[in-house]
Write a protein that binds this ligand. Structure first.
Ligand SMILES: Cc1ncc(C[n+]2csc(CCOP(=O)(O)OP(=O)(O)O)c2C)c(N)n1
Ligand SMILES: [Mg+2]
Length: 335
């Protein structure tokens, strides 16, 4: 039993190609800078690196509207960047500074930025799924045609929350795009030891939902698959499950020595790094020139350095802010 592969090979416009490549490079530069600072002891922070998985948020970031919603996980800094959360707010939250998206009180696992549509980030595996379904119900009740994308890992698809959320979204035909970032590992366990199916996308069949397996290292494939799913959701066609197959280069957490990871497997994945792969494609097809690509590479590193300097100069939250920002008043203003 297999799900259909997504029909997604049309070319993208140069503007979309530029956005896809920029998100990938910016996410990798941010991840790299944070890991560097942690390993040098420059600051205390914890991250769950997304290096290797950048093509996924590049694709959905370009496919979704800014008012579409996103729910993601602890391994979601690249997702935040793809959805348009300012770098200072991402890095600021990781370092626990007042300029962070959650004013430095949430940390890496709890970044929200409603202005960019990022409504929840959670460290509880699978827990974002039912919340995304609720956000999609809210969109319908408000008469909005916005859609909700929810990112989670392969391991999360073994949780009850995932199946309950899939079932309800299917039953009520809600506009949810379930995006599994299948990096083939859950913490230190390879996927073959946690499920007996060949494809996560097949899990859609149990809910009579379209399910597609996508090359999660190809930003254009993800872009097309999410665009189609969003179009279906906006038109009342219900939810879609996308299994974006990728790889996690840096282990479960920053500093993970990855003793469980066969060296040749990691080396093969790194040799197929989606960023140089997409760069080569853009050059070979003449969509973007070497000059433009180099400028994007340099500007992205510059933007990360600038954001990091702004964060390092910013204070942590004051103790009297601890009990603020939990509730909204009747006008929707944080109390
Ligand atoms: C409900 C719950 N169970 C267990 C954990 C511990 N845990 C943290 S990450 C993780 C693995 C999740 O793997 P996957 O869903 O594939 O996401 P990835 O980390 O690969 O992105 C586990 C088991 C948790 N945080 N929450
Ligand atoms: Mg995983």
């Amino acid at each position: 039993m297999t799900s259909t592969a997504a029909k997604t090979s049309a070319p993208v416009t140069p503007d979309v190609a530029r956005q896809l490549y920029t998100t990938m490079v910016l996410s990798a530069a941010c991840d790299e800078r944070l890991r560097q600072g942690i390993s040098r002891g420059e600051f205390a922070a914890t991250i769950w690196p997304s290096r290797g998985q950048e093509a996924i948020p590049a694709g959905f970031g370009a496919a979704l509207r800014s008012d579409d919603r996103l729910v993601t996980t602890y391994r979601g800094l690249h997702d935040m960047i793809g959805k348009g959360v300012p770098l200072v707010e991402v890095i600021g939250e990781v370092l626990g500074r007042r300029v962070g998206a959650s004013r430095g009180k949430g940390g890496t696992m709890h970044i929200t930025c409603p202005e960019a549509g990022v409504m929840l980030c959670t460290g509880i595996v699978g827990a974002g799924v039912p919340v995304a379904v609720g956000l999609a119900l809210a969109a319908r009740q408000e008469g909005s045609d916005r859609v909700v994308a929810v990112c989670f890992g392969d391991g999360a698809t073994n949780t009850g929350s995932f199946h309950e959320g899939m079932n309800l979204a299917s039953t009520w035909q809600l506009p949810v795009i379930f995006i599994c970032q299948n990096n083939l590992f859950a913490e230190m366990t390879p996927i073959g030891e946690t499920m007996h199916i060949d494809q996560v996308a097949d899990r859609a069949l149990a809910y009579a939902m379209p399910g597609f397996r996508v090359d999660g290292n190809d930003p254009e494939a993800v872009y097309h698959a999410v665009s189609e799913a969003a179009e279906r959701g906006r038109a009342g066609g219900g939810p879609t499950l996308l299994e974006c197959v990728t790889f996690r280069f840096k282990g479960h957490y920053a500093g993970d020595p990855q003793r469980y990871m066969p060296a040749e497997r990691l080396a093969a994945a790194e040799a197929a790094d989606p960023i140089p792969r997409y760069r080569r494609k853009l050059l070979e097809t003449g969509v973007l020139s070497e000059e433009v690509l180099t400028a994007i590479d340099e500007q992205s590193k510059g933007q990360v350095d600038e954001a990091m300097n702004a964060v390092l100069a910013a204070p942590p939250p004051e103790p009297d802010e601890l009990d603020k920002d939990f509730f909204l008043d009747m006008k929707g203003i944080p109390t």
